[in-house]
Ligand binder design. Structure first.
Ligand code: AMP
Length: 398
């Protein structure tokens, strides 16, 4: 695998797999361009070197043929703006005559965006012949799509073998994601705290199991904490509970105990009489919630309890909110945790926020630049933390 930063792209056509799977409204306007902005430094470095860029991505979940609402042509204008006015050409098919001709004629400093890869069902099937056709478009292959690195698709993994090792590499975004994840999983300075929240235990079992091998402390908050509370014999009222996971929760607690990993559950909760932004609220010990009430956020004591653990840690991983942060009455716990992580980071800890809703929370509360790294890859980062090898990373490295 080549090193992107030291590679000179002069005269080269770089075929980059990006993750431009951005949300569009019904007027085909981009409502959140985070994923596009994340890969701009990679594109700029290649253009500044005197290379040209061919971008390929998926958008949405088309059924296997062209669909207007999933066309990447809606992104052309905005991409050009993000690149400071650089002309962005568009090929309305990711393979075929027009794509090859435009790619061939591309001059240094120019950008070509290909139509949605998933207009071909071969993409998700990881079809070799399709991957080979894509590979013909560029001289070098750059994978900058961390968000799809957990998929063994034609453009994310299979394609890599059609480029020699010295002509395939990670882009800057992918490199940053991989380095940050490695720092947490394999090079963590102790104490290492993992903060796991969100709705479901079932989604996070594999992560917790993997982290039991690595972390010093695991903080469990959010809706999933109540399944653990129940496993310990607590009374949880109407709080979220996965009854078929109570035994698993118990086993995880026992495993942690054996391994000397400290599991922290919220001592108290903000409880509500219904799942509603205007519900009546009160505070209760998390293991003694009255009937008819449900825990929708961690309480003040839990905030302090968790913050103390976070502030003494040198490595921090955060996945999943502490409560129903979308509703104002139940945001406090998630904000308190973000504040503690920001303080620990300022004192020298390495903090990584990864996976879906905790990323949304740090962005919403303005903490994104107060933590060490915010991952762009939801599902990919989760699988990485589960200890799985991601096909998109393995294919480029091998
Ligand atoms: P996840 O996708 O598993 O990370 O879960 C995120 C979702 O969990 C968010 O939409 C939160 O509103 C929700 N959540 C967090 N805490 C609770 C809770 N105590 N009860 C119900 N839902 C919760």
């Amino acid at each position: 695998m080549a090193d992107f930063s030291s590679y000179n792209f002069k005269g080269q056509k770089a075929l980059i797999r990006v993750d431009f799977n951005v949300p569009l409204n019904d007027k085909y306007e981009i409502t959140d361009d985070t994923r596009m902005r994340a890969t701009i430094p990679t594109i700029k470095k290649i253009l500044n070197d005197g290379g040209s860029v061919i971008l390929m991505s998926h958008l949405g979940r088309p059924k296997g043929g062209p669909e207007e609402k999933f066309s990447l042509k809606h992104l052309v204008k905005h991409l050009s703006e993000l690149l400071g006015g650089t002309t962005v050409l568009f090929a309305n098919d990711c393979i075929g005559e027009q794509a090859y001709m435009t790619a061939n004629m591309l001059r240094p400093g120019e950008v070509l965006l290909l139509e949605n890869l998933r207009f071909y069902k071969e993409e998700e099937k990881g079809d070799e012949a399709f991957a080979q056709k894509l590979a013909k478009l560029g001289d070098v292959y750059v994978n900058d799509a961390f968000g799809t690195a957990h998929r063994a698709h034609a453009s994310t993994a299979v394609i890599a073998k059609f480029f020699p090792a010295e002509k395939r590499m990670f882009g800057l975004l992918m490199e940053g994601e991989v380095k940050s994840a490695e720092k947490v999983l394999h090079e963590s300075q102790k104490p290492f705290v993992a903060i796991i929240g969100g709705a479901k235990v079932s989604d996070k079992i594999l992560i917790i199991e993997n982290l039991l091998e690595r972390a010093t402390d695991i903080i469990i908050g959010g809706g999933m904490a109540y399944t653990f509370m129940k496993a310990e014999g607590g009374k949880i009222g109407n709080s979220l509970c996965e009854n078929d996971r109570v035994q698993t929760a118990l086993e995880l607690l026992e495993k942690a105990n054996k391994k000397g990993v400290c599991i922290h559950l919220p001592s108290d909760s903000i409880i509500a009489d219904k799942f509603d932004a205007n519900a009546n609220t009160s505070t209760s010990p998390s293991n003694n919630i009255p009937d008819g009430w449900m825990g929708l956020d961690i309480g003040e004591n839990a905030c302090e309890q968790f913050s103390n653990v976070i502030k003494k840690s040198k490595t921090i991983l955060w996945n999943g909110p502490m409560g129903v942060f979308e509703m104002q009455k139940f945001q406090h716990g998630t904000k308190a945790i973000a504040t503690a992580i920001a303080a620990a980071t300022q004192s020298g800890a390495f903090s990584l926020v990864g996976g879906g809703d905790s990323v949304a929370a740090v962005n919403q509360f303005g903490f994104a630049d107060k933590v060490s790294y915010v991952s762009t890859g939801g599902g990919a980062m989760l699988e990485y933390f589960e200890g799985k090898e991601l096909p998109g990373i393995a294919a480029v490295k091998s």
